[in-house]
Design a binder for this molecule. Structure first.
Ligand SMILES: Cc1ncc(COP(=O)(O)O)c(C=O)c1O
Length: 314
């Protein structure tokens, strides 16, 4: 955990970052990948050296699975879509994953999730010994993420007043919330979701930044999974990322910017002595052509490169 002292210089409480980019594949989804694969090997659903894993992912889970599958000598087919970045395709390929691309979006706003899942279903029924981890319904995804909250609670001696977590499959927030409940912690869990994501019921709209937000509500969602919700726009993510690297020299991914922006929106309401833990899901190298490209940012939002500085001055 890293204490963030420069992010908001006038902030009275304590802000700590849990850098999930330090996991071996570079994101918090490594935990879900290893948890689901070890579970399936343990139950006999997967046999190293023989079975095939098929999963839909355009990014971090795919990379985590590609790594684990290589280790256990499992064939891995990753179902991706045209939005998957060239860099992620190169990483997946380097780990030996096979790529299967869906090309027809589900709807006019350009989501591919349903199309990708339909393709996964097709592949698992036609390939012998194929297994679909199904991150959107697999409790082992959430179980694996309980360790995130355990590590945070241990590092802060159990005193975590607020936890900010980004939501997609809801594995991380599910695991964290469960740990909080089972250990009698008084932590208020803040879900950070994308504007236009279906998870907490907003009207779906086109989203540019991958990671947090989903076009469908995950099976791992449950009523009360979050004590409160902050929704952030794509622009908020960019501003949050730029603030984090500009103040703390931490190059975060898109949902990390979402978390920073959510804290910025919420912090005036927090008690002065509150201790907040921010789960930062991945690092910024996978976003150099978007969030950290001045040309891309200008094209999508105009000149907002220094908006974080102007906001700080207000
Ligand atoms: C960068 C990033 N942030 C946030 C999330 C959401 O995490 P979860 O699926 O555990 O809800 C993901 C999921 O893939 C992710 O890759």
């Amino acid at each position: 955990m890293v204490r963030l002292e420069r992010l908001f210089p006038d902030h009275r409480g304590a802000l700590y970052a849990k850098l999930e980019s330090l996991n071996p594949g570079g994101s918090m989804k490594d935990r879900a990948a290893i948890g689901m694969i070890l579970g399936a090997i343990g139950s006999g659903q997967l046999v190293p050296g023989r079975s095939t894993v098929v999963e839909s992912s355009s990014g971090n889970l795919g990379i985590g699975l590609a790594q684990v599958c290589r280790w256990f000598d499992l064939r891995f087919i990753c179902v991706i879509d045209p939005k998957t970045t060239a860099q992620n395709i190169a990483i997946l390929t380097a780990y030996g994953a096979e790529l299967d691309t869906v090309t027809r979006p589900d709807n006019a706003i350009g989501d591919y999730l349903s199309a990708r899942i339909a393709r996964v279903r097709e592949l698992v029924t036609t390939i012998p010994d194929a297994y679909w981890p199904n991150q959107y319904a697999n409790l082992l995804n959430a179980r694996a993420q309980e360790a995130v909250m355990r590590e945070i609670a241990e590092a802060l001696d159990g005193r975590v007043d607020y936890l900010f977590v980004a939501t997609g499959s809801c594995g991380t927030i599910h695991g964290c919330k469960r740990y909080v409940a089972e250990h009698g912690l008084s932590t208020h869990v803040v879900a950070v979701d994308a504007e236009g994501s279906a998870i907490f019921g907003s009207v779906p709209c086109r989203r540019l930044i991958p990671g947090h937000g989903a076009a469908i509500r995950s099976g791992l969602y449950f009523e009360g999974i979050a004590d409160s919700v902050v929704r952030v726009t794509d622009q908020d993510c960019v501003v949050g990322c730029r603030r984090l690297v500009g103040t703390e020299a931490i190059l975060g991914g898109g949902s990390t910017g979402a978390i920073i922006s959510a804290v910025s929106q919420r912090r005036a309401e927090l008690p002065e002595d509150a201790t907040c833990a921010l789960v930062l899901p991945d690092r910024g190298e996978r976003y150099l052509d978007t969030i950290y490209s001045d040309e891309w940012v200008f094209e999508k939002f105009g000149d907002i490169r220094y908006l974080w500085k102007e906001q700080a001055a207000c």
